[in-house]
Design a protein around this ligand. Structure first.
Ligand SMILES: Cc1cc2nc3c(=O)[nH]c(=O)nc-3n(C[C@H](O)[C@H](O)[C@H](O)COP(=O)(O)OP(=O)(O)OC[C@H]3O[C@@H](n4cnc5c(N)ncnc54)[C@H](O)[C@@H]3O)c2cc1C
Length: 235
């Protein structure tokens, strides 16, 4: 690992490098993610690749530091250059379609890396809106987005404790005519509420990328296991 930079009080940017980077096969999606291994705990944790730079031989990941609980968050808070970072991947499925008439983005801090990468990949004449839920104003990032994409920051702490905020914001906003492509990810219950709102909108299934990235009060292991149970499913 080459560097660790505090982007905000709760977000740490880790840049990984070294000979292993040449094995990374970019899949071209803006939500590409890897599974990071934490062998001392015998677990993996899932993280978006904020940027892969084959020329520089670097892979950038932004970690939400969410307190003392967990493995990856506390690791990111204390990591320093020279520490090893081992991951497998990438997975990923979404890339903004320049042919869409309008783009909707919604997510919490865990989805900022994927949303940030998507905003940068949009054509300059793209139109849309992003609803970005973070703990407070100090967590706001200076995201690069086309002029026609409105960035709406929402604030609530602690993260994940109000699952209706994103859904309410999207429900209250005007919905444009035409083909809308949606990218919405974050805390699971928040995504369920948003899905319910989007059911009343005209979004084609293939234009909808919506899933939980984590679940309030659950470790990732529990969160992943619950995907097989009714509570873990977002239809
Ligand atoms: C495809 C995908 C991409 C993802 N990309 C990113 C990314 O780029 N950056 C990122 O930070 N996260 C990302 N996540 C979410 C990340 O995998 C989870 O937040 C994971 O649970 C963190 O592991 P941990 O070891 O820190 O905490 P865990 O051991 O999994 O959980 C411990 C406790 O912390 C809570 N917790 C976990 N995450 C958060 C959070 N974000 N905010 C508040 N409390 C939390 C849990 O509910 C639990 O109570 C992504 C998830 C997926 C599925």
């Amino acid at each position: 690992m080459q560097s660790a930079q505090q982007l905000t009080p709760h977000l740490v940017r880790v840049v990984a490098g070294g000979p292993g980077i040449s094995a990374f096969a970019d899949n071209g999606t803006t939500d590409k993610y890897v599974k990071i291994r934490f062998p001392e705990h015998d677990v993996t944790r899932t993280y978006t690749v904020r940027e892969f730079d084959p020329q520089a031989g670097t892979l950038t990941i932004d970690f939400v530091v969410h307190g003392d609980e967990g493995i990856a968050g506390p690791w990111a808070a204390r990591t320093k250059p020279g520490d090893p970072l081992t991951c497998v991947g990438p997975g990923g499925a979404y890339t903004p379609d320049p042919a869409a008439d309008w783009h909707l983005f919604a997510g919490d801090a865990s989805a900022l890396p994927a949303i940030g990468a998507a905003l940068e990949a949009l054509p300059t004449d793209a139109r849309g809106a992003a609803y970005l839920l973070v703990e407070d104003i100090t967590e706001r990032l200076d995201l690069q987005a086309p002029a026609g994409v409105e960035l709406n920051w929402l604030f609530h702490s602690p993260s994940g404790s109000d699952p209706t905020l994103l859904a309410d914001a999207v429900a209250a906003a005007p919905w444009p005519a035409g083909r809308v492509q949606v990218f919405a990810h974050g805390e699971r219950e928040s995504m369920k509420a948003l899905r319910a709102v989007l059911k009343g909108r005209d979004v084609a299934r293939e234009d909808l990328s919506l899933s939980g990235y984590w679940a309030f009060g659950r470790t990732e292991d529990r969160f992943q296991a619950e995907k097989k149970e009714p509570i873990g499913q977002i239809d």
